[in-house]
Write a protein that binds this ligand. Structure first.
Ligand code: SF4
Length: 248
């Protein structure tokens, strides 16, 4: 059942639920632990999770030992394991976006932002086309897609303009110092295991001519990924990292 509320005749998503085109949208909220409100990177942001694809699963398999791959430390895998209900929503969205006859509908979000692929990954060209169709009908929202699956996005476009959409390529390799922004994307996202490696990599990327932004994990104070359309590289210290992870 749809969780859309009409406000001044506009379809608003004020809390997590199904939109009027039957896509699950997560509205992120800060949680209280022992009476204390925790910081949340995406407080009041709305996002669309997808299922993990076969590459995610292969990289997570227990018989692989690719410690320098960010997928080994994937936050969405941990969350989907702790809360199996989320996994059902992820699967549902991937099925919906795999439908050739999918017709997207307009929604409004609390802060006029929308993130695609907060969890999981695209697993087909059809899913990419349907996400782009959703983005186009929601041109009024400031949107960002994070994806590692460059091959599915390559050369994809729709008739007509898609406005306010940043395509952000996520680098799979931790502590990577080989910098690229793939064609068709306007940003790349790199993750480091500690602050020192991030600063070293930032200096190298800047020397190569890239504009680098450090992610402060507080989107509401920053909004770079949603509002800035320049070619930039965003660097973040791994959520559970901060010096605790040793790759060798
Ligand atoms: S760079 Fe800013 S907008 Fe992008 S994820 Fe980090 S805090 Fe959020």
């Amino acid at each position: 059942m749809s969780n859309v509320q009409l406000i001044n005749n506009l379809p608003f998503m004020l809390s997590s639920g199904y939109s009027n085109d039957n896509i699950w949208l997560t509205v992120h909220k800060r949680h209280k632990v022992k009476g204390k409100l925790l910081n949340s990177k995406m407080d009041e942001y709305t996002s669309i999770p997808l299922a993990h694809n076969h590459i995610c699963d292969e990289r997570r398999a227990s018989n692989t030992d690719i410690k320098d791959c960010v997928c080994k430390w994937c936050y969405s895998y941990i969350q989907a394991t702790i809360h199996p209900a989320i996994r059902k929503k992820m699967d549902h969205n991937s099925t919906q976006f795999s439908n050739l006859g999918y017709i997207p509908k307009k929604i409004y979000t609390i802060n006029n932002r929308l993130r695609y692929i907060s969890f999981g990954e695209v697993s087909s060209h059809i899913q990419v086309i349907n996400i782009l169709k959703h983005a186009q009908i929601n041109n009024h929202l400031k949107k960002a897609v994070w994806s590692k699956a460059y091959g599915y996005w390559k050369g994809k476009q729709l008739n007509g303009n898609i406005e306010n959409l940043n395509l952000i390529w996520s680098c799979s390799k931790l502590d990577c110092q080989k910098f690229i922004i793939p064609k068709g994307f306007n940003k790349s996202f790199y993750v480091y295991t500690d602050e020192e490696k991030l600063q070293e990599s930032k200096a190298k990327a800047q020397k190569e001519g890239y504009k680098v932004i450090e992610c402060n994990k507080m989107c509401a104070m920053c909004n770079h990924c949603y509002e800035n359309s320049e070619s930039t590289i965003v660097m973040e210290v791994l959520r559970m990292g901060r010096g605790k992870i040793k790759l060798s």
